[in-house]
Write a protein of this length. Structure first.
Length: 150
């Protein structure tokens, strides 16, 4: 039997980010839905085939066709264009539940996105660094898409 010490520090994850976007708040919110949904892709540019049902209780999931896919989360709250919040296991294939929040506010010359990913569960150590890298890539695509479509 292999014993592993579990404590609160290795059972929780919190990632906080602030993303400044040079685009109006409504354009930025639309870019967020687009990039989390149909335009979502891996770090090497492959489509993840993601869908978002953008209403309270709606699903955020990966649609692989023919009734195959991966459930990521439910929309916990949506208040256009200032709040988008999810709760669910996301991409994890281990005991893990997440709360993901995007809070948008107008700032001088554009939009400020305050992002928080808080999670509880067993996260293999190598996965934590990958999550941060993945979110950074996602947020850069949101910024670029919004700024190109302002």
């Amino acid at each position: 039997m292999i014993a592993t010490e579990l404590n609160l520090e290795n059972l929780t994850l919190t990632i906080d980010k602030e993303i400044q976007v040079k685009a109006p708040i409504d354009v930025t919110f639309a870019a967020l839905l687009e990039q989390l949904g149909p335009s979502n892709e891996t770090l090497d540019g492959k489509s993840l085939s993601m869908k978002i049902e953008a209403w309270p209780g709606g699903r955020w999931y990966r649609d692989l066709g023919e009734d195959n896919g991966h459930f990521w989360a439910n929309v916990k709250a949506i208040m256009r264009p200032t709040l988008l919040e999810f709760t669910g296991p996301l991409f994890a294939s281990f005991p893990f539940v997440s709360n993901v929040q995007y809070r948008l506010s107008e700032m001088n010359g554009g939009t400020l996105i305050k992002f928080r990913h808080a999670a509880l569960g067993i996260v293999p150590e190598g996965q934590k660094a990958g999550m941060d890298k993945g979110w950074n890539s996602m947020h850069e695509r949101v910024r670029q898409y919004a700024e190109a479509n302002r």
